[in-house]
Ligand binder design. Sequence first.
Ligand code: PMP
Length: 390
Amino acid sequence: HSTRKINFGAGPAQLPVEVLETIQNEFLDFNGSGSNVMELSHRSSAFAKIIQEAERDIREILTIPDSYAVLFLQGGATAQFSAVALNFLNLKPSKTADYLVTGYWSEKAAKEAEKFGKINWVVPKSSKYQGNCIQTKPKYRLINALNEIGVPAEDTWKLSEEPSYFYYCANETIDGVEMENIPTVVPKDVPIVCDMSSNFLTRPFDVTKYAVIFASAQKNFGASGLVLVILRKDLVENNTNKSIPIILDYKVQIANESMYNTPPTFSIYVANKMFAWTKAQGGLKALNQQSASKSSLVYETIDESNGFYVNSVEKNYRSRVNIPLRIVTNGTTNETLEALFLAEVVKSNMFELKGHRAVGGIRISLYNGITVKETEKLVNFMRTFQAKNN
Ligand code: PMP
């Protein structure tokens, strides 16, 4: 569509134009119902079909066993920061949980959980990796772009004796730190909880290695207001906390198939379309390749820029979906050039490239709705911009 710009934002993110067109075609009259989806009762058979199809497709895409529940909930990933702690801190007599804090979002999750129990930060707050915690040390890494960040070696983590669960974030959206693999030092019997909001559906993973996985919709599979939660049903049976706010209570949500109250029907409809699109792309195998191609294009451009573009994440932990970068001249961050970059890129019909307000700089997000061709357009712009302004 000729007036559409390429949106490299961190979320709500760009959706594939063919999905938007399908939604447009069905907008006034969904499937002969005579209504838009958002006008349909969530108890109607037409809506039941949508949510059931969405669940069936995501189960197929990720090979989710029947022993796991799939929930479509509200409150975004942030609500899950509270829900996880409220539902699972009591699983073991220790009433404590281990949190691996690797950046902004896992730090938020840990701080929320601290309201409800004792939380063990497995990487001490005093470690050099505290640099990831932007809230405690604003602009730490970005002012000194040479300070690499990543994830400290697993053998340095301080795990507790018998935690109720272990929590981490697979991709830190602001820091650009991605953990490709599930940690190996966590004992097998400790349930692992993972925030996959930003890299969900960009690579295959084994659901059965996790106790809880959650992901906000507005990055890789749809519209905001919806969070997908995949969780082991047996854990919910062991929950002894009687004072969980009802919409955060997994037991209640499972019993009511995500419909204790009115669910975000339109967002679930969009997610259903996006899961069908994901399958049509060739599933996670194909999307994994696309994610690798797109991010390689950007990282090659950064690495070949002779230090003009700087991304300060250790190579093993470079995110394939969120790439924060700074423009550096004479050894320091050049905010004037960054502002010029952001002003110029819009003239080429690309936008939402400004770094998160907590850190500044530039951030390129490459979710599933961004194509390889669109990424090529951006890296061409980056090379031309450097040639003109270096
Ligand atoms: N976790 C991660 C990794 C995120 O990127 C975000 C949103 N950017 C959140 C949690 C919070 O999600 P929400 O705004 O849906 O609550």
